[in-house]
Design a binder for this molecule. Structure first.
Ligand code: NAP
Length: 249
């Protein structure tokens, strides 16, 4: 007898939650499990969607999870920079012999007024900052360590939750989600006397206001380039991702 379709959706992005809601509404017959890493204290969970939180324990743990739970396909809708999880998902689904695809939102594109410097990694972002700069580091807590080697900087960090551990260097901390309002982001930059924005090219609407605010203020942006795309099918919009989920069942 054919196995009932059971989708494991790797999330941590706004799009994963939207997809979960849309699949729930259009195909309530497809069993769906949304998985989150558990990085934020109070994630916005889509209503009516079964959710699990926490790592799987590497490739082996994920293979075991897939087999034990009878997962029949996996959609990786993690953040474009969540390379470890995406690599594990590729390897685990290959070993378990189930289909997997990746949803990847489009990167932000530079426009005329932008003063972007694209760099390869966090260390090159750190080294690109001039002495005495006051950068706004729109980076998760696990990505700030390289900046401890630049005591001449006066960084401002924005993190969704207050960090559990003391910061690894002196910095001003702003907690909370980024605003989607350009004027609010610009006001925050002005309030803190920010000279540079340092961030990833995440793409999507949620984090775009800071990019637009920097453009408006003619502020230099140091943008960490995207990692290489995972192998396998890449779905670049929500409709394509939803179709893949439905057609591969
Ligand atoms: P990562 O380095 O690729 O993942 C590290 C480990 O976290 C993975 O090996 C896995 O642990 C666990 N993990 C990650 N995503 C998971 C998921 N959806 N469900 C269960 N376990 C997961 O990723 P990261 O950069 O730390 O990001 C962690 C999460 O935050 C991701 O889900 C991502 O979508 C979200 N996020 C990341 C960013 C960013 O800038 N990187 C921004 C916004 C949101 P095990 O090996 O134990 O399975």
């Amino acid at each position: 007898m054919a196995q009932a379709p059971f989708t494991l959706l790797l999330g941590g992005t706004a799009e994963a939650s939207v997809l979960a809601r849309r699949l729930r509404t259009t195909r309530p017959d497809i069993q769906l499990l949304l998985s989150l890493a558990g990085r934020t204290k109070a994630p916005a969970l889509p209503e009516g969607v079964e959710t699990r939180i926490g790592g799987f324990g590497g490739v082996d743990g994920l293979v075991l999870f897939i087999r034990e739970r009878g997962v029949t396909r996996l959609l990786d809708a993690t953040h474009p920079y969540a390379v470890g999880m995406s690599r594990n998902a590729g390897e685990a689904t290959r070993l378990a012999g189930i289909p997997r695809a990746t949803f990847l939102r489009a990167p932000w594109e530079t426009v005329d007024r932008d003063r972007w410097q694209e760099v390869a990694c966090l260390r090159t972002a750190r080294d690109a900052l001039p002495s005495g700069a006051r950068p706004f580091l729109a980076l998760g807590s696990q990505h700030i360590a390289p900046f401890r080697h630049r005591p001449d900087l006066r960084p401002v960090l924005r993190q969704v939750d207050a960090p559990a551990e003391p910061l690894p260097f002196a910095a001003t901390l702003v907690t909370g989600k980024p605003s989607e309002d350009i004027a609010e982001e610009a006001a925050l930059f002005r309030e803190h006397g920010i000279t540079h924005l340092v961030c990833r090219n995440s793409g999507g609407a949620r984090g775009y206001a800071k990019i637009a605010a920097a453009r408006k203020m003619r502020m230099p942006v140091i943008l960490i380039r995207r990692p290489p795309e995972p192998d396998g099918p890449i779905l670049r919009d929500l409709d394509a991702a939803l179709s893949w989920l439905i057609s591969s069942s």
